[in-house]
Write a protein that binds this ligand. Sequence first.
Ligand SMILES: *Cc1c(COP(=O)(O)O)cnc(C)c1O
Length: 396
Amino acid sequence: MEEKENRRIYLDNAATTRVREEVLQEMLPYFRDNYANPSAIYTFAGEAKKAVGKAREQAAALIGAKPNEIYFTAGGSESDNWAIRATAEGLADKGRHIITSKIEHHAILHTCEYLERQGYEVTYLDVDAEGKVAPEALQRAIRPDTILISIMAANNEIGTIEPIETLGQIAHEKGILFHTDAVQAYGHIPINVEEMHIDLLSASGHKLNGPKGVGILYCRENLRLGPLIHGGAQERGRRAGTLNVPGIVGFGKAAALSGETMQERMERETALRDYLIDRVLAEIPYTRLNGHRQDRLSNNANFCFRFIEGESLLILLDQKGICGSSGSACTSGALDPSHVLLAIGLPHEIAHGSLRLTLSEENTREEIDRTVEALKEIVGRLRDMSPLYEDFVKRQ
Ligand SMILES: *Cc1c(COP(=O)(O)O)cnc(C)c1O
């Protein structure tokens, strides 16, 4: 068991990441020593209050926002739900049309479906074969009653980075609010809410080496977003509940460290990612890369191996201590192919054979070599057992 643990190769950083040691150390005192409720008046609460203020500054600084534009939440899904539901409710008198894309995370898609059942109309924009939303398509979809545009900054499955600045500009030229699910992008690529015309932005701690169960919603200062949780006066009365002080402190520290290390990390991960992609495409036949070749997250590789099932591939990789994913955690386990792979135009049978490998700065070239060797062996073995592959070979 221990040997397997030691040899584990973790390549599922889009699902979640390890908490950095410095982040953990920063959090610990707020469980043990400084456990006071930061809303309290006595001196003992001062330390916790100060720490939350610092975290708010750190979270804001990473995206060029002001601290009072940051609301702490319980994660990316909550921030997405809040941004969309509160905007829809608040602007219902102005219109009931929302625009998003077909490749959003389920936290967005299922919230939109919920709103459709409440009488709202939602346009789900198509993406091109590499997963990009076309600015012209957004332009065409806008109607007089459009109240919100929500397009993710980077896709969690195929890693494609969307042209957020252009999309945000289009939204603002028409006076429409622009939200972006930046859960995969925040701390990984440069974002500036002013330059990119972003009114609302969601991010999550555990996707940037921070703790799970804590996130932020950035909400532009002059926006009168309704509350998500009714109760106490926390988070300026918009998100009630005693603050998760250790989590918030961890989020702030993770945001600060992500900012400091971003450039170096992107370069290192890009080199390793490209090495992985180049080797897999060169050494395993009938394989394709999903997502944009350049405009993609520096840690994301997503492949389709023809004639095999992604699930079988994952199980055999796991036996070798390699953690990957067949798409998003929400779709694996279900037999439906990923909505993202279908949206980029892949037929069902090919979309089934997908594998997402997402790196971190901790991964080494040696780990990538071992992963490629394992993949070659496993894909070969599965194809040898595949009737589809047998037919295909016969027809050649
Ligand atoms: C992980 C993820 C979420 C959900 O974040 P949680 O903090 O796990 O709720 C939302 N959107 C995207 C793009 C994600 O990758």
